[in-house]
Design a protein around this ligand. Structure first.
Ligand SMILES: Cc1cc2nc3c(=O)[nH]c(=O)nc-3n(C[C@H](O)[C@H](O)[C@H](O)COP(=O)(O)OP(=O)(O)OC[C@H]3O[C@@H](n4cnc5c(N)ncnc54)[C@H](O)[C@@H]3O)c2cc1C
Length: 489
């Protein structure tokens, strides 16, 4: 990928060069860049220090397999980027970020050759669910009608709202477990499988309270905004954010891993786009021990095992809808998806894992040479698992797309350890910056959220609300908290 404008590798490798600045942001993931933009927009001087040689964190793209094939190293499907209240205020399209929408956001194939489909339209989705058409509309219509309100409420820290009735319509079903909600609201295998597949993005047992919230938010996003890809690769999200930051006076230094406070001493405030595990060795002497203990108690969730493929043609799905979908949930029936996620929660790998697969070239042919395709897939595994899941992932895809494996030209495999090696934030392969169970959804990573007992130090990574995903809202709220507490706003 082309290097972003205005990014300079630090000659010292430590990013200490330069004079005093108002703020230093450690980490150039989407949240670090969003925090930096929030501060720069308020007129503050900002320097971002990034450990790796390229910016983007979870929004990087690389030629992982063969020349001409662009793969998203981490995030690929971006349901939370278009509705992000902060991203919507930024001129990202002027800096090269456009979204490619597949004809169908999501399909979930079943063994009989059919597929449950999440279409952009609630009505079309419902009509595909047969006897569950009315139940689906009853569940989703009131939520999708208020999508803007709900996304701005849920893409942020918990806070009071004047729209209690609307929020309750979402909140009451959302607090249930995904398995209980699907089993009580739906009668067909298609609707039940579709819903638990959506909720499985929580990376929790689907029998746990509030896992339904993930299914509802992601379905709502699919209907209201789509599940697009960034044209040209997710790196374009980071590049556009970096360009906005540079236009507002901010700077970024790559190859600048921060290992101690002396490297950030020229900042009046410091914001960490890091998870508690990396923040502690850098900053634990900067606040009372009790706060360090709170950070130590922060819990990480399961990891992921990922495979990227260069393919010599499209994936030959049996169900036609899967051929047009950007994302395909490959895990079979309701019972199988629930069992696969239960296994991971119990510290085991699933024999038939639930695989989240994206096929960006269905919507964006620029990512592969003419007629060729890329595939991106991962399954959940216990944190730090060393089990090789490649064959199991490919067997699941082959099950619903016979002939798939013969289309593989090259593959790139990432175990949880490799994912963490590429980005220290992904502890044990946890891609969400910490488990998002009911407690850590709201108290994340401590009751202070973005603040610390030290008015100079702040948190802005996905270990703060609203958690994982490409939306920049952790960074935005982290930046705002710093502005407020430093009495700059
Ligand atoms: C395999 C995978 C698939 C994913 N799929 C999706 C998806 O499809 N859709 C979606 O919305 N989200 C997805 N995510 C999640 C999403 O990428 C993250 O939630 C998001 O990137 C978090 O942003 P962040 O800015 O908080 O942290 P990150 O993006 O992780 O950025 C943190 C940055 O800090 C840097 N850093 C770490 N330590 C230091 C240090 N000591 N000094 C300086 N810099 C440091 C890292 O190199 C990194 O650049 C996926 C993640 C992974 C790994």
């Amino acid at each position: 990928m082309a290097e972003s404008p205005g990014i300079f590798p630090s000659p010292s490798g430590g990013g200490q060069g330069g004079g005093r600045v108002d703020a230093i942001v450690v980490g150039a993931g989407p949240n670090g860049l969003a925090a930096a933009i929030a501060l720069a927009t308020a007129g503050k001087s900002v320097a971002v220090l990034e450990a790796e040689s390229t910016i983007g964190g979870g929004t990087r793209s690389e030629a992982l397999t063969l020349p001409g094939f662009i793969h998203d190293t981490c995030s690929s499907v971006l349901p939370l980027a278009p509705p992000s209240p902060f991203f919507r205020t930024l001129p990202l399209s002027q800096h090269g970020l456009t979204y490619d929408h597949p004809a169908i956001p999501l399909a979930h194939p079943l063994d009989d050759g059919s597929a449950a489909v999440l279409d952009r339209s609630v009505a079309v989705t419902a009509s595909g669910l047969g006897r569950d058409a009315t139940a689906y509309r009853r569940l989703m219509d009131p939520i999708v009608r208020h999508a803007d309100l709900l996304t701005s409420q849920f893409l942020g820290p918990p806070r009071p709202s004047a729209h209690l009735v609307t929020l309750a319509r979402f909140g009451i079903p959302a607090l249930r477990s995904a398995a209980a909600l699907a089993a009580s609201r739906f009668r067909t295998g298609e609707a039940r499988a579709l819903f638990v597949g959506l909720a499985a993005h929580s990376m929790l047992s689907l029998r746990r309270p509030a896992t339904a919230s993930f299914g509802l938010v992601l379905a709502c996003a699919g209907h209201a905004y789509g599940w697009p890809f960034a044209h040209g690769g997710s790196q374009r999200v980071a590049d556009a954010l970096a360009a906005v930051l540079q236009a507002r006076g901010g700077t970024i230094a790559t190859d600048s891993k921060v290992g101690g406070m002396q490297q950030v001493s020229r900042g009046r405030v410091v914001l960490f786009d890091l998870t508690p595990r990396q923040i502690l060795p850098i900053a634990s002497g900067q606040w009372p021990d009790g706060f360090s203990r709170q950070l130590q108690r922060f819990r990480y969730g399961p990891g992921v095992y990922k495979v990227d493929w260069a393919l010599d043609g499209p994936i030959p799905w049996r169900a036609d809808a899967c051929r047009r979908a950007g994302t395909v949930h490959v895990g079979g029936s309701f019972d199988e998806v629930v069992a696969a996620e239960d296994a991971v929660a119990a510290g085991e790998v699933a024999e038939r894992p639930f695989v989240i697969l994206a096929q960006p070239t269905v919507a964006d042919p620029t990512r592969a040479p003419g007629g060729k395709h890329v595939g991106w897939a991962y399954c959940h595994v216990p944190n730090g698992s060393t089990v090789d899941m490649r064959e199991r992932i490919e067997a699941q895809v082959e099950r619903f797309a016979p002939g798939f494996t013969s289309r593989i030209l090259a593959r790139y495999v990432m175990s949880p350890a490799e994912i963490e090696r590429r980005n220290a934030n992904y502890v044990g392969g946890d891609i969400n910056g910490g488990i998002a169970d009911l407690r850590q959804l709201f108290i994340r990573p401590t009751p202070r959220l973005y603040a610390t007992p030290n008015r100079q130090l702040y948190l802005c990574s996905s270990s703060t609300p609203p958690g994982g995903g490409v939306h920049g809202m952790c960074g935005y709220y982290g930046g705002r908290t710093a502005l407020r507490r430093a009495r700059w706003s």
